[in-house]
Structure formats: C-alpha cells, structure tokens
Write a protein that binds this ligand. Structure first.
Ligand SMILES: *Cc1c(COP(=O)(O)O)cnc(C)c1O
Length: 359
C-alpha cells in the first residue's frame, strides 16, 4: 500500500529525513547506550548546538529537554510564578495553560478573545501585575497567529514580567528575543519527530527567578526544577533517563533544516499557506475560519465546512492524504490542515487540488 501523507496538526508527518536517521540510530545502537556515556553527551551537545544555530539563539538563552509542551506549562508555573500568571487565550491550548496554573494554586487572569481573533492588549486591566504573561504564537485549535507587534506591546506593558511564548506549531520562525524570556515546543508538530520530547528555551532572567523562588517556602519541583535542568545541561546531560533516540533525531533534523536554510523554510511556508487559503477562498463548501488575514496561521490552516467535516476528510483520505478534524466542539464543522516544514510545495499543491475538486 502506498504511504499516507499526514497533514494533521499533531502528530503530523515525520520530517522526510527521519526514517533514514532512525535506521542509522538503530545501526549505531543509540537506544541502547547509557545516558551517562560520552556518546550521549556528544548527541546532547550536537542537538543543542544545531538548535542554537537554527533559532539564532543569543548567549543568554538556554535549552532544556523535557517530556512535552504540557510538562513545560507546569514547569513554567512552578519555577517562575509565586502568585499570579496572566494568560492571553484564543483557543484550547492557550486556555489549558491557564487551567494548569489554577490547578497549581496560582491566581490566574485570563483574557479571552472570540475564537478566530486574539485578545487585545488595551483590554487588559490597569491593575494587573502578573509575574508571567503567557502567549501562544500559533493557536493550533483555531489556526490563529498572534502578531509580533502585540508581543512587543505586551513587553512594554509588562516590563517586569516573564513573557513565555508557546511556539509548538509555529517553530522554526524568527523570534524577537528582546520581547520574550522563554519559548517552547514539543517535537511532533513542526519538527516532524515522534512525540515524547519537549524543548524548553529560557533566558537568564528565568533562571534567576527560579533560583529566587527556590530560596523561599514554595516548591519549584524536583528533578525538572529549572536550576537542576540547567546544571545538568551544562554537563550535556539530563537529570533523568531521557528520550535519547528523540534527542538524537532532533540533532539530525535541526541540521537538515539548517542545510535547507531557515529563509527557505519560511519562504516555502508563506507560499504553501497562500496556496491553501486561495483554494479555501474559492471553494463552494469551505471558507477560512480566521477572517482577519493578519491573524491567519501559516502552519495550521483552519476552515469552516458547509456540512459535516467528514464530507471533505473522507474522500481526501481515500486519496491517501489525512487532514485534521476541527478541534473539540468544532470537530464536525471544521477541518484543520497542517503545513509544516516537512510538507513539500508539491504535496500541498496536490492536496489543494484534490480538495478543490470537492467543490
Ligand atoms: C500540541 C500543542 C501543545 C501540547 O503539546 P504536547 O506535546 O501534547 O504536550 C501545546 N501547545 C500547542 C499550541 C499545541 O499545538
């Protein structure tokens, strides 16, 4: 049977080089090595070095490997918030982060927009003084992009707060390091790796804040407390036995992306999203869910369906292409299409042509 192509927004298609890298990892017995060996330390270092280069990370930013983006939500609150976090919510993922902070007993301010839009900075109460402000650069549930100028405005509004940005379904992109203190992703979306690895990037400010909180009475967690992760990272190690295979694969795929070039990846992302939105604009049964073009995600394209989403998803799946349902309550009324770095221009054109035929 020919291989299916997954355009689902997570997990998604593997990066096109991953199969070969898994084969070479097995040949080199990577999953069998000790995580305290020099071989592992070299893999760790390679992953960090390649990611630093790909993201053009400044020296005051650091990288830690954990289990998932969901874990990073919990660690951000434990390590960086004593009392109060503020969340800009425009869909299910940004909402979940706020809930986790509340579950950990923090005071939580939520500014929620209508779906398909973003909360406005001017609507934030003048009384707010959060320790952490949470932004989701790309809301995977609704296909909404959080504009860079709003991030900048948040930084100006909250100069003393830690700004943490979820980039799970938008990385690799260019990041404004002056505006944010931490950003994070899990690898099964844009990086096209098997699930089970979270990448947490944080600056010295985050580290200092975690160390200050540690001095007090509140727990910052145990094995994945930020200072502990940081100290292990300096030795090219992790506190626990990590997902060695995935760290190996991340090192390789980050190198492959570097060889391709971030500029090229971004240019292709722009082109592919234009193809998909143009098809949606012209389709009799589909229309882009996000009306404001400036807020449209280029990596997760969400469309309203006139009728049940299965009338699009099923015939496309018969062609070997798997697209996502709507998220949560929109399961039957929307479709979601991932256009990640692994999806080639040709694959996206083919998909757009096939969906157009269902008009
Ligand atoms: C998928 C996703 C997450 C959660 O990732 P996990 O790997 O399941 O923890 C968080 N934020 C966004 C925007 C996502 O798309």
């Amino acid at each position: 049977m020919p291989k299916k192509i997954f355009f689902t927004p997570g997990p998604s298609a593997l990066y096109y080089t991953v199969e070969e890298h898994i084969k070479s990892a097995l040949k080199a017995q990577i999953p069998e090595i000790s995580h305290r060996s020099t071989t592992f330390q070299a893999i760790y270092e390679e992953a960090v070095t390649n990611l630093r280069e790909l993201l053009a990370l400044p020296g005051n930013f650091h990288i830690a490997f954990v289990a998932s983006a969901t874990e990073i939500w919990e660690r951000l609150i434990q390590n960086l918030v004593v009392d109060h976090s503020l969340h800009l919510v425009n869909g299910a993922f940004s909402k979940r982060f706020g809930e986790i902070s509340a579950e950990l007993g923090r005071k939580v301010s939520v500014y929620q927009s209508e779906e398909g839009q973003v909360p406005l900075i001017k609507d934030i109460s003048a009384d707010e003084a959060p320790e952490l402000v949470a932004i989701t650069q790309n809301e995977t549930s609704t296909g909404v992009h959080f504009p860079q100028e709003n991030v900048k405005a948040l930084r100006e509004r909250f100069p003393d707060a830690i700004l943490a940005m979820d980039v799970v379904s938008s990385i690799p992109t260019t990041i404004d390091f002056d505006s944010i203190d931490s950003f994070y992703f899990s690898v099964q979306k844009c990086f096209g790796l098997p699930a089970g690895l979270g990448v947490w990037i944080y600056n010295d400010r985050c580290l200092n804040k975690a160390e200050t909180i540690r001095e007090g009475t509140q727990s910052i967690g145990s094995y994945h407390a930020l200072p502990k992760l940081h100290a292990s990272g300096l030795k090219n190690q992790t506190p626990e036995t990590p997902n060695v295979l995935n760290i190996f694969l991340l090192a390789k795929v980050a190198r492959d992306m570097l060889d391709k070039g971030l500029d090229m990846i971004i240019r292709e992302t722009n082109y592919k999203s234009a193809v998909l939105y143009q098809m949606l604009e012209q389709h009799a049964k589909l229309s882009p869910f996000v009306k404001d073009k400036a807020l449209r995600s280029k990596t997760v394209i969400v469309a309203d369906v006139d009728g049940d989403s299965s009338t699009i998803i099923d015939p496309i799946s018969k062609k070997g292409m798997i697209i996502g349902t709507g998220y949560g309550p929109h399961k039957k009324s929307q479709i979601r299409i991932a256009s990640f770095p692994t999806h080639s221009k040709e694959q996206i054109e083919l998909l757009a042509d096939q969906i157009a035929l269902l008009s």
